[in-house]
Ligand binder design. Structure first.
Ligand SMILES: *Cc1c(COP(=O)(O)O)cnc(C)c1O
Length: 340
């Protein structure tokens, strides 16, 4: 099977860049949902821990359990089915109903809908929510929001930001009235955090930037980040292809001259999206993927035992008319991870 190589020095470079920007690594919460965007949940958790990161964000309790040992606090975005108490787990409240579901003493972060209209409670319901949290004896540890367009040059970001500023004031007022500790505030994901000059939140939730990408309008002066993941495939067989012979399903690739080609053990079954052979994809070494990608095979004009398929997916994402997140997150979790 193919393998994923994780470049540790690039990963640390990205975490350094982020912590320099926000002023401290204590403020970073690494987002590890969906198998760390395909990079390997436990592998990335270990590296983040080695770097000194204390906070993580995942989607489910199952994911949190796998990496519990590596962090002081793990925020769970969308799973309220908590059965055993964990000091480390912090559950996101996405609706007023969630407040009624959780057992006493659970650490919670209240999500506020400041304009994305996906998850979270309306700012109008703040008082009701915090009173509910207090009544149910949950620990309000955080109040958060999510921006819908931090990656675009539009006023949306500033509009949501100002709503969140008002939310902070209101939360402080209600908590003082109820004699509750003021919770931690967080709102920024990767693209938002590089738009802050002075980040006045307590935490930032960093997903894609730690993995080396930032899909923000180039108008923002983005830092230099380095891709962490590269994908490698092993040779299955080599053959001679004669002039005018065709390769693979549909015979889309036609040899213009005699050539040596090999098949490699990677395909869309591994989550490597199917190239249809109409656009030319070149590997970092300049080899061409010939014709269509099969379920478990690609044909390439190379005889190397092992080839690097990509070490930067920006181009590939464009070819597939998608975002880099989708390319990495779709890779089969069973692909072996090697840290270098
Ligand atoms: C996925 C996610 C993030 C991370 O987003 P990036 O753009 O990858 O940094 C942050 N916050 C929430 C709520 C998310 O769901």
């Amino acid at each position: 099977m193919a393998k994923i190589v994780l470049n540790k020095s690039n990963y640390f470079h990205n975490l350094n860049t982020i912590s320099e920007h926000i002023g401290s690594k204590e403020k970073i919460a690494v987002v590890l949902k969906d198998n760390a965007y395909g990079h390997g949940l436990v592998e990335i958790a270990k590296l983040a821990n080695e770097f000194g990161i204390k906070h993580a964000v995942v989607r489910t309790i199952q994911e949190a359990t796998k990496v519990e040992a590596y962090f002081n606090q793990i925020l769970i975005l969308a799973d309220t089915n908590i059965k055993t108490y964990s000091h480390t787990f912090h559950i996101v409240i996405n609706s007023l109903e969630d407040i009624e579901k959780l057992p006493e003493n659970t650490n919670v972060h209240l999500k506020i809908d400041t304009g994305m209209h996906r998850n979270g409670i309306s700012p109008k319901s703040l008082e009701k929510a915090i009173y509910g949290i207090h009544r149910r004896k949950l620990n309000l540890c955080g109040v958060m929001t999510h921006y819908r367009a931090a990656d675009e040059l539009s006023c949306d970001f500033f509009w949501q930001r100002s709503i969140f500023r008002d939310v902070k004031k209101e939360v402080k007022r209600i908590c003082e009235k109820l004699l509750l500790t003021i919770p931690k505030f967080h709102s920024a994901s990767s693209s938002a955090l590089f738009r802050f000059k002075n980040c006045d939140d307590d935490l930032v939730r960093v997903g894609i930037a730690q993995y080396g990408y930032l899909e923000t309008d180039i108008i923002f002066s983005n830092p230099e980040l380095k891709p962490v993941m590269s994908l490698w495939a092993k040779k299955i067989a080599t053959r001679d292809l004669k002039k005018n012979q065709k390769v693979g399903y549909g015979g889309i690739y036609l040899a213009k001259k005699d050539m040596k080609i090999s098949t490699y053990d990677l395909g869309y079954g591994d989550g490597f999206f199917r190239l249809n052979g109409k656009e030319k994809y070149l590997t970092p070494k300049g080899y061409e993927i010939l014709g269509r990608v099969s379920m478990d095979n690609i044909s390439v004009n190379s005889t190397d035992e092992e080839i690097c398929i990509f070490d930067d997916i920006t181009k590939l994402a464009k070819m597939h008319n998608t975002i880099v997140y989708e390319i990495t997150a779709t890779l089969n979790p069973d692909i072996e991870k090697v840290i270098q």
